[in-house]
Design a protein around this ligand. Structure first.
Ligand code: GUN
Ligand code: ZN
Length: 465
């Protein structure tokens, strides 16, 4: 067994900061001088260095200085085969899919093309501090195989699955429900729970799924109840109208997935911009998750996700955050936090400058505000809880997988002026609030250049040049 120690300044979470309004520190943990002990990739001990070190005499320790070490980021919604169309110009969701996405994803039938795309995709994630993702692939199995194979070589935890579509896309891109079922079965047998790979039954979205395809998903979930279900939901007005037309017997967008028995724990729907109060409540009751993708919702002009409504304590919906890259124009969860903060602020004001009567609720307006505690919880432990992988990762609890990121708060485009002035002598954060303040600087002013090192299962896989 190989046991190592990592010494440095650590910041992680033990609870949901939205549950601790006015005292978010109660949800977090900070060790100015901490020690993380890792054996064969698993956390064996964690705490203040002065307490933990004497329990491990002779431990080989790597000291990461002048950094804040946080759990690896979790991207709850991203598209592997859109890596090469990042930043595609000019369209909203449905024409953007037709013009850019389907033609590009079609190329992933070619194994070499897919393999190179996967390599660049995982490199970009690691350089962004993202150690776990839930990823869409494409409608042909090659991309899914290549992603799982390369993730296994890197020992990264990935949730993914063949991405099914049988309607409203070019004929050469769509598949039949029978093929989707058979290919998914084979891929589940080959990859699910092998190493760190987890399988998500993945109907692309209700607008691209016939009842027969969704029926195949129901069967797959019934036969493999421990698999995840990943899809899109209520992202864009034209898409939502299309879903009503495609599935006229369903009361709303969520109702389509409910009809086929897909909504429950381990279900996640990306975006949820147009979810009604009723849909939020039903998702809350079911233990299903929505994935907030602010970069994408802004880039594709989809709309403003109602963060304060989704975090209503009476009907709390599980929420992961995601890039939705290439719908999102960044790989970095730091950018996601930046845009999420701004969406939250805009949510409290109508575009004409008046206060939205629906959002006059003071408590809801407060919940729209993305403090650094809420933000960094959402991309670590909160995302893990939403995806039902918090038994494996998300914080530095003993027994979890040692995926983490060393952040350089000065690594962004400029020194963060007022946050740095709080710690004028450059000695690094001494208290939890000082650390949170610096992390807010990272999320609003920084970018992936703040990611200095990324570690997966106790191994450093990325170091900034
Ligand atoms: N809905 C169906 N497919 C997609 C996709 O690739 N990206 C986004 N943002 N929404 C989708
Ligand atoms: Zn998406």
């Amino acid at each position: 067994m190989s046991t190592i120690g990592i010494r440095g300044t650590f910041f992680d979470f033990v609870d949901d900061p939205w549950k601790h309004v006015g005292n978010e520190q109660a949800a977090a943990r900070f060790h100015q001088d901490g020690l993380l002990v890792v054996a064969d990739g698993i956390i064996k001990d964690f705490g203040p260095h002065a307490e933990v070190a004497p329990r491990h005499p002779g431990l080989a320790v790597t000291h990461i200085q002048d950094r804040i070490i946080v759990p690896g980021f979790i991207d709850g919604h991203i598209h592997l085969p859109q890596t090469r169309i990042l930043g595609a110009y000019g369209e909203q969701l449905l024409p953007w899919l037709q013009m850019w996405v389907y033609p590009e994803e079609l190329k992933y039938r070619d194994r070499d093309y897919a393999r190179e795309g996967v390599r660049r995709f995982l490199d970009a994630l690691l350089a962004s501090g993202t150690t776990t993702c839930q990823a869409f692939t494409s409608s042909a199995p090659v991309a899914t195989e290549e992603l799982f194979d390369e993730a296994a070589r890197r020992n990264m935890r990935v949730i993914s699955g063949l991405t099914g579509i049988d309607r409203n896309a070019p004929a050469e891109f769509i598949d039949t429900p029978e093929n989707f079922y058979n290919d998914s079965k084979r891929l589940i047998a080959q990859y699910h729970n092998k190493g760190r790979n987890l399988y998500a039954i993945t109907p692309r979205f209700a607008f691209g799924a016939s009842p027969a395809l969704l029926e195949a998903c129901r069967r797959l979930k019934h036969e493999h109840p421990d698999c995840w279900v990943n899809t899109h939901i209520s992202e864009n007005p034209a898409e939502c109208r299309g879903v009503v037309q495609e599935h006229p017997d369903c009361q709303d967008y969520l109702g389509v997935y409910e009809k086929f028995g897909l909504v429950g724990p381990k279900f996640s729907g990306g975006h949820g911009v147009y979810l009604s109060d009723s849909e939020f409540r039903r998702m809350s009751k079911a233990g299903a998750a929505v994935v907030f993708c602010p970069c994408s919702n802004l880039f594709l002009g989809s709309g403003l996700f109602r963060l304060g409504r989704a975090t209503d304590p009476e009907h709390r919906v599980k929420i992961a955050f995601g890039t939705d890259m290439g719908g999102g124009n960044r790989f970095s969860m730091i950018h996601v936090l930046d845009d999420a903060y701004k969406v939250g602020m805009c949510n409290n004001t109508m575009l004409d400058g008046s206060i939205d009567p629906v959002r006059k609720d003071v408590a809801e307006a407060e919940r729209n505000k993305l403090s650094p505690y809420r933000g960094f919880w959402s991309v670590t432990l909160g995302g893990a809880e939403a995806l039902y992988i918090d038994d494996k990762l998300g914080n530095f609890a003993v027994g979890k997988e040692a995926d983490f990121v060393a952040l350089d708060v000065n690594g962004g485009p400029i020194a963060q002026p007022w946050h740095q002035s709080l710690i004028a002598d450059g000695r690094g954060p001494q208290t939890m609030d000082e650390a949170a303040s610096q992390l807010f600087g990272v999320m609003m002013v920084g970018d992936d250049r703040a990611v200095d090192e990324t570690w997966v299962m106790g191994k450093r896989l990325y170091k900034k040049a």
